[in-house]
Design a protein around this ligand. Structure first.
Ligand code: F6R
Length: 619
């Protein structure tokens, strides 16, 4: 989604804001802009279409680039209005007020009509312009910028994180948050704002997370935060655990490639301190975990995209290994379909960012309903962002220690989500007596082997790279799997479509004959994932169905699968011996590499694919 940076300092903010925007570029990137109040007290702005480097070039094309000690900046991912310079933020009201905004003002059309009738001019198609005009209107009644913003936000329906500056009160930056994340960076004699901590790391690791409804009045040497009721409040300053070095690319060409190769480390980091030799530490889920897990009778998982696929894999595990009912649903459907919330359900959200609007809304909705109906519904988030909204809203938090993920296409977050779900399953099974010590020990042993298994899968990169040539000129592709390999096929198809723009679909292999078999001909590559499991023989028959119809089949198998080919299709051994829990994580690595290499051949923007954003903070 859009990203915000801003600040009040004694130094020129332009380089700081540009660096911050670059670090937020993964959230959205169709256009960007900055506004500062310059030494003459004038509001000056530069905007450009495209990436931050285009904005940087625009600013530095001037003989005397703009400079200022108070400013706001924005990288935009279009929601209302096409990507264009005119729609890029900051938005001005009469060269008096400048605003950057992340979120959606749902009643903007109504406000716009009122403001047009009052004589305000609109120069963009965005919902954001109404914010500036609303603040400007309140400034007419009294010149205090804080009060004007506090009054203005009463009129907005929807979600926002805002940064506002005005020439009428040129030493103050007002920030506000409702439904979209915003952090304040606390420097020495300077303050900053940003959509997430990574943007601030070059200047400070001391941060304050604004809470829902907070408004911050920021001056160079003073900060006061007000809560939703307008009362002054203290918010804790935390030292962020993120480091600036985490965002360096190193020897890799793309973040996605770096993140794929970081997976052995991310997985062992996720396991560290959570398992002993043979056991899982239930307390890793929090002090109350044991008591809460004891009372649950089902698991409800909610997530989006790749995180949803992790949930789907876990459903197979929960029901197969523990015989515990598990439902999994995409958040955007769940939150709007008036679902039945059952008492004694463990409500699990899975999210890399911890800020996905639909997942967060589903969590808030279920909490509200549980309270209203007096239901016992403990909430757990499996999340990669320690300082996110979901971690703050949940009873239990389990952090995936994947490290910061920058590539828009999620890779290492997915593997660590699966590891976390395996630990959750084992913990619940253990607490409820559904899993004996022997089985627990076996799962732990398997998980500990994972970094090595992933390392081994990564050595197959040259083979995958060669196979990628077969996909580059194709328009459609099918991914097949059975059991846990079905969600892995879905994840493989998602990766391919999002970064290579090839249409890819996943099917449970047994479903082929109910329709999709009609698609098969020599123009469609069909990728099948074939571990040696209980379903292998059934899968082999499905593969024959494809082969008989001339499909271009590529089968990824493990060392025990022995899928024999008569030469009409390709079988690649991509992993050593894998078990029920390690197989989906290990096979997925190969599909990540496949998507990456197809995208490389196609020359797409691997880390920032078109139309997509890393953190989807609007619905
Ligand atoms: C795909 C991808 C997305 C995210 C989805 C949820 O590669 O990254 O599908 O998985 O937007 O995001 P989080 O996990 O941050 O809630």
């Amino acid at each position: 989604m859009c990203g915000i940076v801003g600040g009040v300092a004694e130094r020129n903010l332009i380089p700081i804001m540009l660096e911050g925007l670059k670090r937020l570029e993964y959230r959205g990137y169709d256009s960007a802009g900055v506004a500062i109040i310059d030494a003459e007290g004038t509001l000056v702005r530069r905007r450009s279409l495209g990436k931050i480097k285009a904005l940087d070039a625009t600013i530095h094309a001037d003989d005397t680039p703009i400079a200022g000690q108070i400013g706001i900046a924005h990288t935009r991912w279009a929601t209302h209005g096409v990507p264009s310079e005119a729609n890029a933020h900051p938005h001005f009201s009469n060269d008096q007020v400048a605003v950057v905004h992340n979120g959606i003002i749902e009643n903007y059309q109504q406000l716009k009509a009122q403001q047009q009738a009052m004589g305000y001019a609109f120069t963009s198609q965005t919902d954001t312009e109404v914010i500036g005009h609303c603040v400007a209107e309140h400034l007419k009644q009294q010149p205090d910028l804080l009060k004007a913003v506090q009054a203005a936000i009463q009129k907005f329906e929807g979600a926002y994180a805002l940064g506002v500056i005005s020439v009428t009160d040129p030493t103050r930056l007002i920030a506000a948050r409702k439904g979209s994340p915003l952090v304040i960076g606390v420097g020495i004699g300077e303050y900053f704002i940003a959509s997430d901590v990574s943007a601030l790391l070059p200047v400070t690791q001391n941060v304050i997370f604004l809470e829902e409804g907070d408004v911050a009045d920021i001056r160079r040497d003073a900060l006061q935060i007000y809560n939703q009721q307008g009362e002054p409040v203290e918010r804790q300053v935390r030292v962020s655990s993120l480091s600036a070095a985490a965002v360096e690319l190193g020897e890799h060409r793309h973040y996605m490639h770096k993140e794929i190769f970081e997976q052995p480390q991310s997985v062992s980091d996720t396991l560290e301190g959570r398992v002993t030799d043979k056991t899982v530490l239930v307390s890793a889920f929090g002090n109350q975990a044991e008591a809460l897990f004891a009372g649950i009778t089902q698991v409800q998982i909610i997530a989006c995209g790749t995180s949803y696929h992790a949930g789907l894999v876990a459903k197979y595990w929960f029901e197969d290994i523990l015989q515990l009912p598990c439902q999994v649903e995409v958040a955007s459907e769940y939150r709007y379909r008036n679902p039945v919330v059952l008492s004694n359900s463990l409500f699990v959200t899975i999210s890399q960012s911890g800020e996905t609007a639909d997942t967060l809304a589903a969590l808030q909705q279920v909490k509200g309903r549980a309270k209203q109906q007096n239901l016992s519904v403990p909430t757990l988030t499996i999340c990669n962002a320690p300082e996110s909204s979901m971690t703050r809203e949940s009873d239990l938090v389990f952090l995936t220690h994947a490290g910061q993920e920058i590539g828009v296409a999620s890779t290492k977050a997915f593997s660590t989500q699966l590891v976390s779900l395996a630990l959750l399953l084992t913990s619940i099974g253990k607490v409820q007596g559904r899993l004996d010590a022997k089985r627990e020990g076996k799962i732990v042993k398997g998980l500990k082997k994972l970094p090595g298994l992933i390392q081994n899968a990564l050595t197959h990169e040259p083979t995958i790279q060669a196979l990628a040539n077969r996909f580059a000129d194709k328009h459609n592709c099918l991914f097949l799997g059975r059991g846990t390999m079905y969600p892995i096929a879905m994840e493989g198809a998602l990766k391919l479509k999002e970064i290579s723009y090839i249409h890819a679909e996943a099917y449970p292999a047994g479903e082929l004959k109910h329709g999709p078999l009609a698609l098969i001909d020599e123009t469609i590559p069909v990728v099948a994932i074939a571990p040696h499991d209980d379903l292998l023989e059934k899968l082999k028959s499905n593969l024959q169905e494809v082969n008989a119809r001339g499909g271009q089949m590529i089968v990824f198998e493990d060392e025990k699968s022995n899928v024999s080919s008569d030469g009409t299709f390709t079988v690649v051994k991509t992993t050593s011996n894998v078990g029920r829990i390690t197989a989906p994580i290990t096979f997925n690595i190969v599909l990540q590499l496949l998507a990456y290499h197809v995208a490389l051949i196609k020359g797409t923007d691997v880390d920032q694919p078109r139309n997509l954003a890393k953190s989807v903070t609007v619905e």
